[in-house]
Design a protein around this ligand. Structure first.
Ligand SMILES: Cc1cc2nc3c(=O)[nH]c(=O)nc-3n(C[C@H](O)[C@H](O)[C@H](O)COP(=O)(O)OP(=O)(O)OC[C@H]3O[C@@H](n4cnc5c(N)ncnc54)[C@H](O)[C@@H]3O)c2cc1C
Length: 449
């Protein structure tokens, strides 16, 4: 039997799922992808989170290749399968890349002595696609899926899903309607976190316990960090305070042509970063998140949202530096942020409920191992990873416990990066394909042919 599949979200997870299906002969006409953003030919650079390839479409294009990075995957699939799925995602990005030979892998192998005893360094391979190519990749990928018959519905927001009637309700400014599905792949990413929460509440979906992931985006001239960048482009410094349930890590390091990007979630501003490949964007800056993982907070989602909302001033997030000014975006505009002085930093510390001290210590220790850094840095406050409540799913196909034809994938489930999101999408598609191959009706049809 071949089912009508509706995918909500044309992000990394949704697009990889559709690709796996059509690559394996699933009729594109039976797949509908709905996205509130735009197709890749009309998506604007400032539309950071929505449209073809979702947040991955304007990301830094770093494809991490390790199961300890980027959220949950191996817990569902096992280690070997997880790596195989990641290979498939990387292959897809290369396949639609205008210059696949430029996709390169960095794979640091030894932890340098100079970072000890202050930090550990997590070592893992990263494939670099480059932000500049993502738009071209998105177009090539989109054209392929369209050619295969996949139906796209752009600029329509799905605002409710009836899991009992198998019905998705969607609307834009001049249309509202419903679409029926047999299988639903829910892939709304971070920009759909509110919606995921709404469904979790409505259907009382059980979830897994989570930690808080919050911190700042740190920025400084690149030369201060060069000796570590030479060893690991996307270095991951980390440290742990086991007894306090807190660990910190540098997150998503961008270099050479590195820009800070504003993320808007729930109407609040937080910060992230991306790097450009084209030499015309070189600014010789480095930025990375200093993210704390805090365990044991009762309602981590609500706690993070409260902290982020307290860190807003004049409708933006905050910038603190002992000596610098906020940078510009790659389009040459100032990053939307409100500078604060050190007195106001005390308020930041209060908003973080004591946890800001860990970040201060992290920065002070970086000054020890990168001696030229001194006061030549700034922080954009806050950076946050809203780990939406991770709904409990069946590990075999990421389907909801009570609704086996509804599959949650990507950042809307438990991913925090491109390779894991894409892998989860492919994993679900494989489940659908296997089910199809096992179905009596399909086999009967095959025999009749
Ligand atoms: C600036 C930035 C840089 C990043 N850099 C990296 C990086 O270098 N490496 C890395 O691994 N990760 C990076 N990430 C994270 C990565 O982009 C995400 O983890 C990944 O895109 C998640 O994939 P997804 O498919 O789950 O969601 P997304 O890719 O976010 O896609 C979700 C899609 O769902 C749509 N949607 C949401 N709600 C609805 C709704 N109600 N109705 C219809 N459509 C809806 C959105 O429009 C969006 O297109 C970055 C993120 C940002 C913001």
């Amino acid at each position: 039997m071949q089912d009508k599949i509706v995918i909500v979200g044309a992000g990394v997870a949704g697009v990889n799922a559709a690709t796996k299906l059509v690559d394996n002969g699933y009729p594109g006409e039976l797949i509908t992808i709905i996205d509130m953003g735009k197709d890749p030919y009309n998506r604007l650079p400032e539309e950071v989170m929505t449209g073809m390839l979702g947040a991955g479409g304007w990301s830094d294009g770093k494809l991490t290749y390790h199961t300890a990075i980027g959220g949950q995957l191996s817990k569902y699939t096992g280690e070997d399968k997880a790596m195989e799925l990641m290979d498939q995602v990387i292959t897809n990005f290369k396949r639609f890349h205008p210059k696949p030979e430029e996709v390169q892998c960095s794979n640091p192998e030894t932890e340098p002595d100079f970072i000890k005893p202050y930090f550990g360094l997590r070592l893992f391979p990263v494939w670099h696609v480059g932000t500049d190519y993502l738009s071209e990749i998105a177009k090539n990928w989109y054209d392929y899926l369209v050619e295969k018959g996949v139906q796209f519905v752009w600029e329509h927001k799905v605002y409710s899903i009836d899991f009992n009637k198998n019905e998705v309700s969607l609307a834009n400014h001049n249309f509202a309607g419903e679409i029926q599905y047999d299988e639903l792949i829910f892939a709304v990413g971070k920009s759909g976190i509110d919606f995921a929460q709404q469904l979790a509440n409505q259907y009382e979906l059980p979830d897994e316990p989570k930690s808080v992931q919050i911190g700042v985006r740190f920025e400084a001239p690149q030369h201060h960090f060069q000796k570590l960048i030479d060893i690991s482009y996307d270095f991951k410094l980390y440290r742990k305070y086991e007894d306090k349930g807190v660990s910190l890590r540098s997150f998503c390091t961008n270099n050479n042509a590195a820009y800070v990007a504003v993320e808007e979630t729930y109407g609040d501003h937080s910060y992230n970063g991306h790097a450009k490949k084209d030499p015309k964007y070189l600014n010789n800056m480095t930025n990375f998140g200093i993210l704390m993982e805090i365990n044991g907070i009762e309602d981590p989602f609500k706690w993070s949202r409260d902290v982020v909302s307290k860190l807003q001033l004049e409708d933006t997030g905050l910038y603190y530096s002992p000596s610098r000014k906020p940078s510009t975006t790659s389009e040459g505009n100032g990053v939307t942020v409100t500078p604060i002085n050190w007195m106001q930093l005390l308020g930041v510390s209060g908003a973080f409920e004591g946890y800001f001290d860990y970040i201060v210590e992290f920065i002070n220790d970086m000054k020890k191992i990168f001696p030229t850094l001194e006061d030549d840095w700034g922080v954009y406050i806050p950076e946050v990873k809203y780990l939406s409540p991770e709904v409990k799913v069946n590990y075999k196909d990421l389907s909801l416990i009570d609704f086996p034809n509804v599959h949650f994938v990507g950042d809307a489930l438990s991913a925090r990066g491109i390779t894991v999101s894409g892998s989860q999408g492919i994993y679900v598609a494989e489940g659908v394909l296997n089910e199809m191959l096992e179905s009596e009706e399909y086999n009967k049809k095959l025999q009749q042919q």
